[in-house]
Every structure is written in structure tokens, then in C-alpha cells.
Design a protein around this ligand. Structure first.
Ligand SMILES: C[S@@+](CC[C@H](N)C(=O)[O-])C[C@H]1O[C@@H](n2cnc3c(N)ncnc32)[C@H](O)[C@@H]1O
Length: 242
């Protein structure tokens, strides 16, 4: 599903004046079960604002949920934005939000792996599921990512180089409990230059509070953790001449 026009061809909605993105769009809808943008989404949006996107950048937002990061990229001047999510509700929500905000976002339903058929991008954004989930628990595809939180991160870190044009970069957000050092190692091993560009301590939400015993049993945190550090990793694909 695609909204029709580039923002330059359409006047902004009167509500979409300066400040309406702060840093995420404030006006979004979500179908039931679709991830409510949270502090991790904000941290990634801030990192995107800080990063210099090439003019008319081609951007991919993996695991788009309501589409807020894709919309932010379009709002910041990206020329071509694709949003991908496995959930039907997310895809509908992201499409509606593109329409409502009058921003041109192409929305696709599919697994992250399907992104490799979409070509290469100047910028890839990802706020994937990364919450460690005890085996045998009812897990949520929205945020749970296997016993170590890495079921999506591992393939993403190993393969995202193939989604990037030379000179392009990935911005990836996740929690300390999903192993930022592992992400950095895997990204570097694939040929990218990777570093943490933003970090913030955030209070545990309901899901993380429900995982405290599990995290403790794995030795990943003290018995009563109240916060987690969430990081944004930037990984650059060197230019051929580098
Ligand atoms: C933590 S939410 C992030 C949503 C949004 N990017 C944000 O920051 O608000 C993760 C999203 O990943 C999607 N997802 C889970 N597994 C996926 C997969 N294998 N391929 C693509 N999307 C997936 C979920 O449906 C969910 O919308």
C-alpha cells in the first residue's frame, strides 16, 4: 500500500506544522495489538534526526509497527520510504498513518527476510522485537525474541550489509539485555563499521517487570532491576573507496 504524493507536491496538513513531530508523529492510529511507540522508538527517531541522511535518501523501516519511524524519515526529507512488518494490523496501521499524516510511505507486509528482495537503501531503521522470553511462555511477536532476545537481531546483524548501499547506514535500537556487544561484533564481522551512538536508561515497563525473575535466573540482572539501558547502534557500510 502506498500513499500517493511526495510531501513537496502536497501541502502539509494544518496540524502537521513544525513541532508536530517531536520527534515522532503525535497523531497516529494503531489497530489492536500493534506496538505503541515507546521510549525506544523515540531514541531511534532522535538518532535519525542527528544522523545526516543523504538528500532524497532511500529508507527502509524494518519492523515498522504503527509506522512512526518510517513517517519520521519521510518527515525529515527522505525521498523514498518503505515500511515492512509481519503483522497485518501493523501494516494497516502504518498505511493509515501515512495517509493521515500525508507522508509518502510504501507499506509492505512480510518477514524481515523479504526485505532482501526490495533492493538496497541509504538508511535502514530497525526497532525489532528484542525482549528475552523464557522458553514455554506465551510469547508476543510484537516484542518477544526468543530466550536471549536475539532471534531477529542475529540474522539482522549478520545480513543487513546486503540491504545497504555503499555509504549507507543502519540504525538499530535494543536493550542491554539483548546483548549490544554481540550486535556490534556481528555487524563488524559482516563488514560494517558499527558503534553505539545513543544510550538511555529507561524504567522497566510492564513486560520487563514480568521478566525480572527470568533475567535474574540467567544472571543478566540483579534481583530488583528497575531500569534497562537501551542503545542505538549505527552501522555504516563503507564506500567502495574507503
Ligand atoms: C518493538 S515493535 C516496533 C514498532 C515500531 N518500529 C516502533 O518503534 O514503534 C516490533 C515490530 O516488529 C514486528 N515483527 C516481529 N517479527 C517480525 C519479523 N520477523 N519480520 C518483520 N516484522 C516483525 C512486530 O509485528 C512489531 O510491529
Amino acid at each position: 500500500m502506498t500513499t500517493q504524493a511526495h510531501p513537496a507536491q502536497r501541502p502539509f496538513h494544518p496540524l502537521l506544522r513544525r513541532g508536530w513531530f517531536d520527534p515522532l508523529p503525535r497523531r497516529i492510529v494503531r489497530l489492536p495489538g500493534v506496538y505503541r511507540p515507546q521510549a525506544d522508538s523515540v531514541l531511534l527517531a532522535e538518532a535519525l534526526r542527528e544522523a545526516v541522511m543523504p538528500p532524497d535518501a532511500r529508507v527502509l523501516d524494518l519492523c515498522t509497527g504503527s509506522g512512526v519511524l518510517a513517517l519520521t524519515a519521510a518527515h525529515l526529507g527522505a525521498g523514498d520510504v518503505t515500511a515492512l512488518d509481519i503483522s497485518r494490523g501493523a501494516v494497516i496501521s502504518a498505511w493509515l498513518n501515512g495517509q493521515m499524516n500525508r507522508l509518502p510511505v510504501r507499506v509492505r507486509r512480510g518477514d524481515c527476510y523479504e526485505a532482501f528482495a526490495l533492493g538496497t537503501f541509504d538508511v535502514v531503521l530497525a526497532n525489532p522485537p528484542y525482549v528475552p522470553c523464557p522458553p514455554g511462555t506465551d510469547s508476543s511477536a510484537t516484542w518477544d525474541a526468543g530466550p536471549d532476545g536475539r532471534s531477529i537481531l542475529d540474522p539482522l546483524c549478520a545480513n543487513s550489509i546486503d540491504l545497504l548501499r555503499p555509504g549507507g547506514f543502519l540504525l538499530l535500537v535494543h536493550s542491554e539485555f539483548a546483548g549490544p556487544a554481540i550486535s556490534l561484533r556481528r555487524l563488524r564481522h559482516s563488514g560494517l563499521k558499527a558503534a553505539i551512538v545513543a544510550r538511555r536508561h529507561l524504567p522497566f515497563g510492564e513486560v520487563m517487570r514480568s521478566r525480572t525473575d527470568y533475567l535474574h535466573s540467567r544472571g543478566w540482572c540483579s534481583a530488583e532491576p528497575a531500569t534497562e539501558e537501551v542503545v542505538v547502534i549505527r552501522a555504516d557500510r563503507p564506500n567502495q573507496t574507503n
